[in-house]
Design a protein. Structure first.
Length: 373
C-alpha cells in the first residue's frame, strides 16, 4: 500500500515538474519576443520607432502622407532616446494560445510635450491669421512634425514611468511562435500616452489658451498686429488719412501693449477668463483732440477752409495728438472661450482684441468731408 502511495506521489510530482517546465519555457519565449521588439525601440531602430510614432497615430485627422519624412524620422529618434522598460510578470493562459506581459515603461514626459506642442501650434495658427498671405498658407503635417522636432531638440523633458500590459498570441504552426498584438492602447502606452494627450480637449486650460493668444500678440510686428486686429476697418474707405490713422494706432498698441491673465470660470463648453490689458489711453487722446478741434472750428480759418480742407485738417490734428500721446491705461476685460470638443477657442479673436486695445478709437472719430458743414 505504501508503495502505491509513493508511486502516486512521484507521478503527481512529475506532472507538476512537466507542467512548470512547459510553462516556464513558454514564458521564456514570450519574454524573448517582448525584449526583441522593445530593444529595437531602445536602440532607436528607425523602422520600429516609426511604427510606434507615425503621423497616422499622432495626427489621425491628417489624410495625406508627408512628402518629406525627415522630420518624422528625427522626431521618432528623439522621442525614444531615453526609452527603457522592465518586464514585471508573464501570464500564459491554460491552452497556451494567449499570453500577457506586464511591463513598467520609462518614457519621455509626453504630457509636458503635448502641452508645449499644442501651445506652439496655436501660436503658429494665430501668426498665420496675421499673415498677409493667409489664403495661401495652411498648417500642414510637415509643420506639425517640424514643431515636434524643434521642441524635442531644444527642451529638456523629464522621464516618467507608467505600467503597461502587452497581449500576445501564439501562432498555429509547430514552433508555436508568439506575436505581440499591436493596438492603439499599446502604441499609446509606448509613446507615454502622447496620442491621448494630443487629442485631450482640456489639456490646455482656458487660461493657458488666452495666455498664448495674448503672448503671441505681444510679440507680433506692427504689420502683423494691424492685420490681426483688423485695423483696416478704421481705413475701410481706402482714404489715405484713415490709413495713416490706422497705422498710428497700431504703432501705439504695439508700443504699449501688456497683459496679465486672471481667474477663469468654466461652465460646460463655455468659459470666461478675466484679464488686465494695458494699452494706449484712447480717452485721453480723444479729449485732447476734441479740445484742439473745438478751438479750430471756432476760428475764422475753419470758415475760410471749407469742408474738404476742414476734413483734412481734422485728421492732421488727430494724428498729431496721437503722435504726441504717451498716456496708457489699464482695461479690465472678460474674454469668452468655447470648447468645440478639440480645444478651447476664442471666437472672433481679432475683433475682440481690437475692441479691447483700440477702445473708443476702434472707428474714426473724424466725420467724412461731405458730412461736415
Amino acid at each position: 500500500m505504501k508503495s502505491v502511495k509513493y508511486l502516486l506521489f512521484l507521478l503527481l510530482l512529475l506532472c507538476v515538474f512537466l507542467f512548470c517546465g512547459c510553462t516556464g519555457k513558454e514564458e521564456k519565449k514570450i519574454e524573448e519576443v517582448v525584449k526583441r521588439e522593445l530593444d529595437l525601440l531602445k536602440n532607436l531602430d528607425s523602422d520600429t520607432t516609426q511604427k510606434y510614432i507615425s503621423y497616422q497615430e499622432l495626427f489621425p485627422e491628417e489624410t495625406e502622407a508627408a512628402s518629406d519624412t525627415s522630420d518624422i524620422e528625427e522626431v521618432s529618434s528623439l522621442f525614444f532616446q531615453d526609452f527603457d522598460y522592465k518586464i514585471l510578470n508573464v501570464n500564459v493562459d491554460k491552452d497556451k494560445k494567449n499570453a500577457q506581459a506586464d511591463l513598467r515603461l520609462v518614457t519621455l514626459d509626453a504630457h509636458a510635450l503635448a502641452e508645449d506642442f499644442l501651445k506652439a501650434q496655436l501660436k503658429q495658427e494665430i501668426s498665420l491669421a496675421a499673415s498677409d498671405q493667409t489664403d495661401d498658407q495652411t498648417f500642414s503635417l510637415e509643420d506639425r512634425y517640424r514643431l515636434l522636432r524643434e521642441l524635442l531638440s531644444t527642451n529638456d523633458y523629464q522621464t516618467v514611468e507608467r505600467n503597461c500590459t502587452i497581449s500576445l498570441s501564439a501562432s498555429q504552426d509547430e514552433e508555436k511562435n508568439w506575436e505581440i498584438r499591436r493596438n492603439n492602447s499599446l502604441e499609446n502606452d509606448l509613446v507615454g500616452g502622447l496620442m491621448n494627450y494630443l487629442t485631450d480637449p482640456d489639456i490646455l486650460s482656458p487660461e493657458d489658451t488666452l495666455t498664448v493668444y495674448l503672448d503671441t500678440l505681444k510679440n507680433m510686428s506692427t504689420d502683423e498686429l494691424g492685420n490681426y486686429l483688423n485695423a483696416d476697418s478704421i481705413a475701410s474707405s481706402g482714404d489715405s488719412e484713415k490709413i495713416q490713422l490706422a497705422d498710428a494706432l497700431v504703432e501705439h498698441v504695439h508700443d504699449s501693449f501688456d497683459y496679465s491673465v486672471g481667474e477663469a470660470s468654466v461652465s460646460g463648453y463655455y468659459a470666461t477668463v478675466d484679464a488686465t490689458i494695458t494699452t494706449f489711453d484712447s480717452d485721453a487722446i480723444l479729449k485732447n483732440y476734441q479740445k484742439e478741434l473745438d478751438t479750430y472750428l471756432s476760428s475764422v480759418d475753419a470758415v475760410i477752409d471749407g469742408s474738404q480742407k476742414r476734413y483734412e485738417k481734422s485728421y492732421s490734428m488727430l494724428l498729431d495728438v496721437i503722435d504726441k500721446s504717451t498716456a496708457t491705461k489699464t482695461v479690465e476685460t472678460t474674454f469668452t472661450l468655447i470648447n468645440d470638443g478639440a480645444s478651447w477657442k476664442l471666437e472672433d479673436a481679432g475683433t475682440v482684441f481690437g475692441q479691447a486695445l483700440f477702445g473708443n478709437l476702434s472707428s474714426s472719430p473724424v466725420e467724412d468731408a461731405d458730412t461736415q458743414s
